[in-house]
Design a binder for this molecule. Structure first.
Ligand SMILES: Cc1cc2nc3c(=O)[nH]c(=O)nc-3n(C[C@H](O)[C@H](O)[C@H](O)COP(=O)(O)O)c2cc1C
Length: 192
C-alpha cells in the first residue's frame, strides 16, 4: 500500500487572519509538489479555551485532545509561530508541554515564524530549535522567517521569501524522502 507523509501543520497564531498561516500554507503547497503529503492543519486559535485550561492532555475534551494525538502520531511536523514579545506564544509552548516526551523522537520538524520586523528572526534558532531539540526531533536545517513586507494581501509578496521557500524545499526534500522511504520504500522511489 502506498503512503504519504502524515503531516501536521501547527499554526501558533492566536489571530485570524494569520500571516503565519499564510506562510505555513505556502510552505505546505510547495513541499507538496515535491513529496506526497497528507496534511492536517491545527490552528492554535481553534484549541481555545480548552488548551489554556488544561494541565495535562487528559484534561482536554476530545476535539482538542485530537490535536495532541495528531501531533504525536504525525510523520512530519511543520510548526509556525508568530513572535510574541520576542518569543513564541505561551500557548504554543503550552501545547508542546502536553506532548509526550518520547513522541517526537527522530521526527522531521520544519520551523517557520513571522514577526513584525526582521529583528526577531533568530526566534527560529534561539527559541524554536531548542524546544524541538529537547524532544530529540529531527529539526530540519533551514527554517523560514517572514515579516509583514514578505506577506501582503493574503499571499507571499516578496522575492526574498519565495527564494527562501525554494531553498527550504531543496534542503528539506532529501530528508523527507528518507523519512518516507522508511515508511514505504516503493513510494519514495516514485517521488525521487
Ligand atoms: C502579543 C503580540 C506580541 C508581539 N511581539 C512581537 C515582537 O516581540 N517582535 C516582533 O517582531 N513582532 C511582534 N509581534 C508582531 C507579530 O509577531 C506579527 O505581526 C506576526 O506576523 C503575527 O502573525 P499572525 O498574523 O500569524 O498572528 C507581536 C504581536 C502580538 C499580537
Amino acid at each position: 500500500m502506498s503512503r504519504s507523509l502524515k503531516t501536521v501543520i501547527v499554526n501558533g497564531s492566536l489571530s485570524h487572519p494569520s500571516r503565519t498561516r499564510i506562510l505555513l500554507d505556502a510552505l505546505h503547497a510547495r513541499l507538496g509538489q515535491a513529496l506526497p503529503l497528507q496534511a492536517q492543519v491545527i490552528d492554535l486559535l481553534d484549541l481555545q479555551p480548552h488548551l489554556g485550561a488544561a494541565l495535562s492532555k487528559d484534561d482536554l475534551p476530545p476535539s482538542t485532545r485530537q490535536a495532541v494525538d495528531a501531533i504525536e502520531q504525525a510523520d512530519f511536523l511543520i510548526v509556525g509561530a508568530p513572535v510574541y514579545r520576542a518569543s513564541l506564544p505561551g500557548l504554543l509552548k503550552h501545547l508542546f508541554d502536553l506532548i509526550d516526551l518520547d513522541a517526537l523522537q527522530g521526527k522531521p520538524v520544519l520551523l517557520a515564524a513571522t514577526g513584525g520586523s526582521p529583528r526577531h528572526a533568530l526566534i527560529l534558532d534561539h527559541q524554536l530549535r531548542p524546544l524541538f531539540g529537547f524532544f530529540s526531533a529531527l529539526t530540519l536545517p533551514i527554517g523560514v522567517y517572514a515579516t509583514p513586507e514578505d506577506i501582503q494581501g493574503g499571499q507571499v509578496a516578496s522575492e526574498a521569501l519565495r527564494q527562501r521557500i525554494e531553498l527550504t524545499v531543496q534542503l528539506s526534500a532529501p530528508v523527507l524522502r528518507g523519512a518516507l522511504q522508511q515508511l514505504e520504500p516503493a513510494l519514495a522511489e516514485q517521488a525521487a
